[in-house]
Design a protein around this ligand. Sequence first.
Ligand SMILES: NC(=O)c1ccc[n+]([C@@H]2O[C@H](COP(=O)([O-])OP(=O)(O)OC[C@H]3O[C@@H](n4cnc5c(N)ncnc54)[C@H](OP(=O)(O)O)[C@@H]3O)[C@@H](O)[C@H]2O)c1
Length: 299
Amino acid sequence: MKNIFGNHLPKEDHKAETKEFTILSNGIQMPMIGLGVMHMHGNECVRAICEAVDAGYRMIDTAAIYGNEAAVGKGIRDSGIDREKLFITTKLWVQDADERHAKAAYEQSLRNLGLEYVDLFLIHQPLGDIYGAWRAMEKLYEEGKVRAIGVSNLNSGRLVDLSMHNRITPHVNQVEIHPFYSQEKAVQEMKNLGVQPEGWAPFAEGRNNIFRDKVLADIGQKYGKTPAQVILRWNIERGVAVVPKSSKPSRIRENYDVWDFRLTKDDMTAIQKMEGGRELFFEHDSPELARMFGNYRIH
Ligand SMILES: NC(=O)c1ccc[n+]([C@@H]2O[C@H](COP(=O)([O-])OP(=O)(O)OC[C@H]3O[C@@H](n4cnc5c(N)ncnc54)[C@H](OP(=O)(O)O)[C@@H]3O)[C@@H](O)[C@H]2O)c1
């Protein structure tokens, strides 16, 4: 498929050959690892982005509701890299998730970021008028204002339904994925639909003592890698893009240093057995969450 943003892509990118990138259904390249920046603000966020770009990251994951788009924009500029070499994601908050407001919210995010376009614009939650919002996002995409559009936190049923009743199938679905909630079936369904799976909270935000988990530590020991690196590799090897968050320079580097080892089938099976069968954070179908997020205003 012809890339509407062809002239924004780097002319040559050798990294594509090393699987640091995936190709979305519309033909554009998306890095497999990005820096998550939730809860990072001001200089901490700027410094983390500079460190990440220096370490090799080419993707940054923010959202309107994180309240840090301006700091992300400053980080991008301060990093000194050509903007075209980066893949920037932001997300549409529930308050703006309808056909009338989605475009204005996108333009506000661009102003906050100080960018002319983002690479990936996601509907943040399966709440509000997401069908109306999706039609507005399809328009933004077809007008060449955004390189890819997607969703976040959609279960398989919602994802199929949204795809069936609209022109464009989401390019990405970003959902909670970590060893305690691998979402194996949902990941497979996304792949069947041509939707790139992307995992948020790949470390389960440190819950269940994940950084000291014996299964992960034993696997890592064989390759001289940490549990964090094993988790990221496990996701990448099953085709799931990841957005680990860290504000610490050494961990930012550690989390990108995953390209020089490969897990065995037994390693993958052992990690799969850590499955807990349910989400650790939000129940996206719950009335409490619908009320809480539905009432959460960002402007
Ligand atoms: N779409 C959605 O609804 C949604 C929801 C949640 C998150 N997200 C995205 O996903 C990103 C990541 O998720 P998250 O921030 O919730 O959690 P996470 O990436 O699973 O975990 C982050 C935590 O792990 C620590 N950490 C990072 N690397 C480490 C390492 N190598 N060793 C030990 N500790 C390490 C960080 O501490 P330090 O910073 O101190 O290193 C931080 O406390 C977010 O930033 C956001 O971009 C999206």
